[in-house]
Design a protein around this ligand. Structure first.
Ligand code: SAM
Length: 205
């Protein structure tokens, strides 16, 4: 039976997660943010914090939000392992992204990687887009409908870049990336192919 990816699911998932391996930052973030001038960043659905820590290590001041406190505990530990100059640049916030409203125009980068809340990726994008400062960047990474790995585990987690882009007002945003990208990832002892949806948009000044 497909799983309902709600708060209880994620808390249980992270509480039961016993790996001591450090999570790796999302490769689409590391590529797309590499040439941005660091400022304030929001990571929505930050999970175990690899992206927030990467951003902090690259000079960003980060607000990292997730409703799973077990994930935030792990994320805080990861940041502390990297030292105070990283940890002090990140504010961890326990909040439900379907209810929490980020401050308008507050962030030079708003990013979200596979957050897929139960209300859907487009609804999340509509809630996050106002938080991007004029001239700032929005990066949304999700599972494309052709992604077999996620399709085997859950329903309601898929979205296309075209559908995400269509929710942004064309006169306020420049879409710089709206793509389906394939990549391989090590999962346990084997390699799996992922099909990711990637949207990057710049808010007009
Ligand atoms: C698939 S994980 C991705 C975590 C991380 N971004 C990554 O790429 O490794 C989805 C994350 O979104 C969080 N999440 C899902 N729905 C949420 C909601 N409504 N509010 C806050 N966080 C949510 C989950 O707790 C989980 O940490």
């Amino acid at each position: 039976m497909p799983e309902q990816l709600d708060h209880a699911f994620w808390e249980a998932r992270y509480r039961g997660h016993s790996t001591t391996q450090h999570p790796q930052p999302n490769p689409h973030l590391t590529v797309e943010a590499a040439n941005l001038t660091p400022g304030r960043a929001l990571d929505a659905g930050c999970g175990e914090g690899a992206e927030a820590v990467w951003l902090a290590a690259h000079g960003w001041r980060v607000t990292a939000v997730d409703f799973a406190t077990a994930a935030l505990d792990r994320a805080g530990q990861l940041a502390n392992l990297r030292g105070p100059e990283i940890a002090d640049r990140i504010d961890w916030l326990a909040a439900d992204l379907t209810e929490w409203t980020p401050e308008e125009h507050a962030y030079d980068l708003v990013c979200s990687h596979y957050a897929h809340p139960v209300t859907g990726a487009e609804t999340l994008l509509r809630r996050l887009a106002p938080a991007v400062a004029p001239g700032g960047t929005l990066l949304i990474v999700g599972h494309h409908p052709s992604d077999a790995h996620s399709a085997a585990h859950a329903t309601g987690v898929h979205v296309t870049a075209e559908d995400l882009a269509a929710t942004l007002e064309p006169d306020r945003w420049e879409i710089t990336v709206a793509e389906t990208r394939s990549r391989t990832m090590t999962h346990g002892s084997h390699q799996i192919e992922l099909r990711d949806t990637v949207l990057v948009a710049r808010k007009q000044r």
